[in-house]
Ligand binder design. Structure first.
Ligand SMILES: [Zn+2]
Length: 181
């Protein structure tokens, strides 16, 4: 036994290049075996984690389902509202008859015009309607200027202004006008 080992050691010192090659091959073989064993273990662990049944409390399962449903509903609502809101809903101001008009769009349908109101372009004062029989005018109480006169009463005038604004929006005129002012 000892004689054999001594002989092998003697052989190694006599042939250093051969022994280096043998040791290198052996180390490479062991390293690759360890590496592939680690890969296999990792794959098996992931597989096991995915397929093995885990006890989940019912309340947690319910919470996850409710959370998923809520996320889905929120996604659908936000998608629908973003699809429904037309580009024209961004137009909320226009100058008409020398008056700065502002309004909002109902968030219910984005086509109903609400809060249509006229302002003085000089000092931004909300204009006051002064009616005389079937005529009337929009007047600024700050600078005293009469900005426009109409041969209608106030509700008819507001309706007419809304119709004209809608016509301008439909013809695509209002974006350019809004940028110009
Ligand atoms: Zn004014």
């Amino acid at each position: 036994m000892w004689a054999k080992i001594r002989k092998a050691v003697q052989y190694c010192s006599d042939h250093p290049i051969i022994s280096k090659v043998v040791v290198g091959v052996a180390v490479a073989a062991i390293a690759s075996a360890v590496f592939w064993w680690a890969v296999l273990a990792a794959v098996l662990w992931v597989w096991h984690s995915l397929v093995c049944p885990v006890p989940v409390p019912v309340w947690l399962l319910g919470l996850m389902i409710v959370g998923n449903v809520a996320a889905a509903v929120w996604l659908i609502i936000s998608l629908r509202s973003s699809l429904k809101r037309p580009a024209n809903a961004k137009i909320k101001t226009s100058r008409l008859d020398g008056i700065d008009w502002t309004w909002d769009w109902s968030t219910r349908d984005y086509t109903t015009m609400i809060n249509l109101e006229g302002f003085c372009p000089r000092d931004e004062t909300p204009l006051v309607w002064r009616g005389f029989w079937d005529d009337g005018e929009f007047r600024c109480d700050t600078c005293g200027k009469v900005l426009a006169t109409y041969h209608m009463d106030e509700p008819e005038t507001i309706q007419a202004i809304e119709r004209r604004i809608r016509g301008m929006i439909a013809r695509g005129e209002l974006k350019a006008a809004a940028k110009a002012t």
